[in-house]
Design a protein around this ligand. Structure first.
Ligand code: PLP
Ligand code: COI
Length: 367
C-alpha cells in the first residue's frame, strides 16, 4: 500500500451553500457515462513568479473569470492529468498510483515550460477534493470518481514566452463506461492522413494541444463507424503508436505480449505500466517494441495475433475487435474480448478496488 506524504501547502476549505440536490445527484450517479457531470467542489491553487504556489483552496465548483488576453487562450500552455478514486470492498476510498500521475504532471509541466507542483501537493489536492465530494461515487458496476487535475497559463499577455502566472485546478466527474456503446470490443480506424505527435514534439506530455490535434482524425474514425482512431509514427507512417486517449497491447498465440515502446511520441500510460507489471507477475513475456500496421494486419490474418486491447484510466482495459484503414478491415482473434485481456483487466480492477492484494504498493487508501 502507498502512503501519503506531508504536503508543504495548507488548504483553505470554503463551504458550499448550494450543492446539487440529492435527487439530481442520485440521477447522475445512476447513469454517469463519462465526463458529462461534475461534483460540487473543486481545488484551486495559484502560482505567481517570485512567489511560487499560494492560495490553495477546496471550495464550491464555479466558473472562472479570465481576461481575454489570458495566455492559455492564445498559445495553449495547458497540461492535465486523469486518475480515479475507487470505492473499496471494505467501504473506504482509494487512489490508484497518484504519485505516478503527480510525476507525469511535472514531466508535462517541464515540457510546456510551466512550474512544477510538488508531488505531495498534487496528491493532497486530489485527496482534499475526494474528501469534499465523498457522496459523488457512482454505485454502478465499474463506477468511480474521475479526477481531472490541470494547470494553465493565466497571465494576460500576448507575447510568446512562458507565462508568469498559472492556475492549477482539480475537478471531479462521476464516471461509468468510457465507451457509450458498451460493446464487448471496440473498432479502430487507423489514420493514414494525420499523425498525433512527431519526434521532438509534445507526444509524451499530457497537454491539451495533443488532444485538439486528434479531434479531426477521431471524428473521421467516428464518421466511418469506428470507436477510436489509432495513430502511426510521424516519420515513417508505419509503426503503431497509440489511440487518441489510450495505449495499445498486442497478445500473440505463444502467450507473449507487445506494447509500443515509449519513444517520446507516446504518452507513458500508467495503466500501460501497471499491465506491464501484472503480465510479468503472471510469468508472461512482454516486449516494449515497434509493431507495424502491416504486421498487425498479417498477424491477424495468420492467427498469430490472438488479442489486442486498449488501456487507459478512462477506458480501463478495452478489447479491440476490428481494425480498418483505406486498405480494408480486419478482425483480431475472435473479434470479441480475449481470455488474457479479460484476465489482466480483472487483476487490475481487483487491485484498484481493494479486492485483491496490492503487491506493488499502488493503492493509496484515503480515510
Ligand atoms: N495515451 C493517451 C494519449 C492518453 O490520453 C491516455 C490517458 O490518459 C493514455 C494513453 C493512458 O494513460 P493512463 O493509463 O495513464 O490513463
Ligand atoms: C484518461 O484516461 O484519463 C484520459 O485522459 C483519456 C481521455 C479521457 C483524454
Amino acid at each position: 500500500m502507498a502512503t501519503l506524504a506531508e504536503p508543504t501547502l495548507q488548504f483553505t476549505r470554503e463551504a458550499h451553500d448550494t450543492p446539487q440536490s440529492a435527487e439530481a445527484r442520485t440521477a447522475i450517479l445512476a447513469n454517469p457515462g463519462f465526463g458529462t457531470a461534475y461534483s460540487d467542489h473543486m481545488v484551486s491553487i495559484d502560482w505567481t513568479e517570485g512567489r511560487g504556489w499560494h492560495d490553495a483552496t477546496v471550495g464550491p465548483r464555479r466558473p472562472l473569470l479570465l481576461d481575454p488576453a489570458c495566455a492559455v487562450l492564445h498559445y495553449a500552455q495547458e497540461i492535465f492529468e486523469g486518475l480515479k478514486a475507487y470505492r473499496q470492498q471494505d467501504g473506504g476510498i482509494a487512489l490508484f498510483r497518484p504519485y505516478a500521475n503527480a510525476k507525469r504532471f511535472n514531466d508535462s509541466a517541464r515540457r510546456l515550460a510551466m512550474p512544477e507542483l510538488p508531488e505531495e501537493v498534487f496528491v493532497e489536492s486530489v485527496r482534499q477534493l475526494v474528501a469534499a465530494d465523498q457522496n459523488w461515487f457512482p454505485e454502478v458496476e465499474g463506477g468511480s470518481l474521475y479526477l481531472r487535475p490541470f494547470m494553465f497559463a493565466s497571465e494576460a499577455f500576448l507575447g510568446v514566452r512562458p507565462a508568469r502566472q498559472y492556475k492549477y485546478l482539480v475537478i471531479a466527474s462521476p464516471a461509468g463506461n468510457y465507451f457509450k456503446s458498451g460493446a464487448p470490443a471496440v473498432s479502430i480506424w487507423v489514420s493514414r492522413d494525420y499523425t498525433r505527435a512527431a519526434p521532438g514534439g509534445t507526444g509524451a506530455a499530457k497537454c491539451g494541444g495533443n488532444y485538439a490535434a486528434s479531434l479531426v482524425p477521431q471524428a473521421e474514425a467516428i464518421a466511418r463507424g469506428h470507436d477510436q482512431v489509432a495513430f502511426l509514427d510521424a516519420a515513417e507512417h508505419k509503426w503503431v503508436e497509440e489511440l487518441g486517449g489510450m495505449n495499445l497491447y498486442f497478445v500473440f498465440d505463444d502467450g507473449s505480449l507487445v506494447t509500443p515502446a515509449l519513444t517520446g511520441t507516446i504518452l507513458p500510460g500508467i495503466t500501460r505500466d501497471s499491465l506491464l507489471n501484472l503480465a510479468r507477475d503472471e510469468g508472461l513475456t512482454v516486449r516494449e517494441d515497434r509493431y507495424s500496421l502491416d504486421q498487425w494486419r498479417a498477424d491477424s490474418a495468420s492467427g498469430r495475433l490472438v488479442e489486442c486491447f486498449a488501456c487507459g484510466t478512462a477506458a480501463v482495459v478495452t478489447p479491440v475487435g476490428k481494425v480498418a484503414d483505406y486498405e480494408g478491415e480486419f478482425t483480431v482473434g475472435s473479434g470479441g474480448p480475449g481470455q488474457l485481456t479479460q484476465k489482466l483487466k480483472n487483476r487490475l480492477v481487483a487491485i484498484q478496488r481493494g479486492e485483491a492484494p496490492d503487491p506493488h504498493g499502488w493503492v493509496l487508501k484515503l480515510d
